[in-house]
Design a protein around this ligand. Sequence first.
Ligand code: AP5
Ligand code: MG
Length: 257
Amino acid sequence: MVTASVPSHQGMQAGTGTGVNFLPGPILLLGAPGVGKGTQAKALRAHWGIPQISTGDLLRDNVVRGTELGRAAKLVMDSGELVSDSIVNAMVANRLGEADVRQGYILDGFPRTLNQADWLDEQLATESALAGLEVHAEQFRAGSTLPVVAVAMQVPYTLLLRRITGRRTCPACKRIYNIYFQPPAYDLVCDIDGTPLTQRADDVEEVFAERLRAYEELTAPVVEHYRSLGRFAEVDGDQTVDRVTSDILATVQRLRG
Ligand code: AP5
Ligand code: MG
């Protein structure tokens, strides 16, 4: 089931949701831990050719590289709490400065607090204002200055725990598996490159409980924030991966239409 609230919008898209000229613009994937944000972000990235920006992946990358940020973030992530807004906002600001976001991008796991949402709204408003200036005319035609479209996925909480504890990831290509629902063809190695799959340190039941608590307290209000702004829709995440992808594609097309 898909429900969408569609505001009036003077969009800049130049084609259809599946056409080559479609500008997806900034897309937010919202939802609880394990709802399928990463899985869907990768499918949308493959479909539209726009980058996935996952704050969780960026943080884990810092952990693996042993940066100062990574060492500080690891303690927080392993406890299931949220990393500070200032650290995460700075990471996103850096990433949005890269050239590959011009046609749009998929934010996965950000914003996650009302402070982060306010920061993002301000960033995008500034970009749009700059885009109105003649010197930025080229950027104005690009998808990155379209207003945000937010898609929230929902899955019953009882299912989320199995998705979380069953998740395995390829450390090389980052493909996401699940030993219950999306198993690899051969025992615990990646179908693509044969790398042994790994389990995230925070994918255990006790930490999941804290992640869910943080979601309810700090991130659920973010969903309401975007619902109230319009260009927002909910998609049922308790369907096959392909079915959820189709629903999101149709939803974004409608919200941009
Ligand atoms: P993050 O990495 O963002 O974790 P999360 O939000 O808890 O979400 P997950 O990655 O666990 O789940 P997902 O929705 O991506 O699901 P997936 O597609 O993998 O954040 C981790 C930590 O980093 C946070 O706790 C926090 O400390 C920190 N952090 C990150 N961002 C932050 C921010 N903005 N501010 C502050 N701190 C931040 O799927 C899950 C499983 O389900 C997989 O096994 C998959 O195969 C399976 N699955 C997916 N879809 C389906 C389907 N349709 N049917 C059957 N199985 C499915
Ligand atoms: Mg994820």
